[in-house]
Design a protein around this ligand. Sequence first.
Ligand code: SAM
Length: 309
Amino acid sequence: MILKFNSDLTKQEIYANGDDLSRALAFDKDGRGRRVYSWPKEKKKLVVTFKNPLLVTDSYKISQLNPTLRDTVFALFSYPLKITEYENTSLEFEQQNYPGVWGPSIDTLLFCKALKKLNSNNFKTAIEMGCGSGFISKYLINNSKIKRMDLADLNKYAIKCAKNNIKNKKAKFHVGDALKFLKNKKYDLILCNPPYIPRPKSIDDNPYEGIYLLNYLITKAKNNLTKNGVIITNISSLCEHLVKPLAKENNVKITILESLEVPLKVYNVLNNPAWMKYLLKRGLKKQLKQGYEYWQKINIVKIHKTKSI
Ligand SMILES: C[S@@+](CC[C@H](N)C(=O)[O-])C[C@H]1O[C@@H](n2cnc3c(N)ncnc32)[C@H](O)[C@@H]1O
């Protein structure tokens, strides 16, 4: 399937493509009536369009479709290959090939939308810390005059996915802790869509939760910027209470580039009552609307040194 988003993220189109066409959409014969099981990936057919997507996989919106269409779309989501497209950038993702990797999600796309607000021609060197699938880096390479793009992630499968999707010599791939990699280096642009869900009694007990990366970005990463360098990151309402005081103490200015209120859809958090209780007292909103009960606001922000900008 192809999940295609328009530039301002007001429209999501879902296409069946390649083998989906014969297994789900009844395109199972060629022009001469012969059975066809396999079509090229490029061959596609629009199945449904959603307005104002708040999630990449919105099971509630899908469940509102008529039954045949609903089940067809659920079937498409159950097939392994998902291709995400945003403007000139496309990425192939199969979760089973990349265990534990965060595929392109609505915050990934909002992040790319925010990058359009920068004059990216000013930036020659960039790093993406915690690159996941690599979508954001690929988008930046396609839409800037970047000469070198470093991608770092703890998860070796994230780097495998990014490598398989980015065939460009400007991209250099690194498995491991991005903070260690960053040591003694400077960049024009530091990108990071980090983990942002704080956990009770801990803000950085493991690198997949908490605000370990965000903490560094706010308190120390300005030392890793070149003169007019910029940090772009994502600060969710779920961790604002921790981030705002850090920013104040460290004299950093945060400017919001893009914001979106989205449902919280991380099941191991939603199904953990103690964790939910903790978040509800902080930036998580409980309100039943559009098929979802718990909401957070994601903010894609630019971090600068107060004095320099
Ligand atoms: C929320 S996902 C975002 C992935 C991708 N940037 C995107 O927007 O689609 C956060 C990523 O950060 C990685 N990560 C977390 N802590 C890290 C660290 N200290 N060093 C490198 N990667 C880290 C995780 O493995 C994960 O891939």
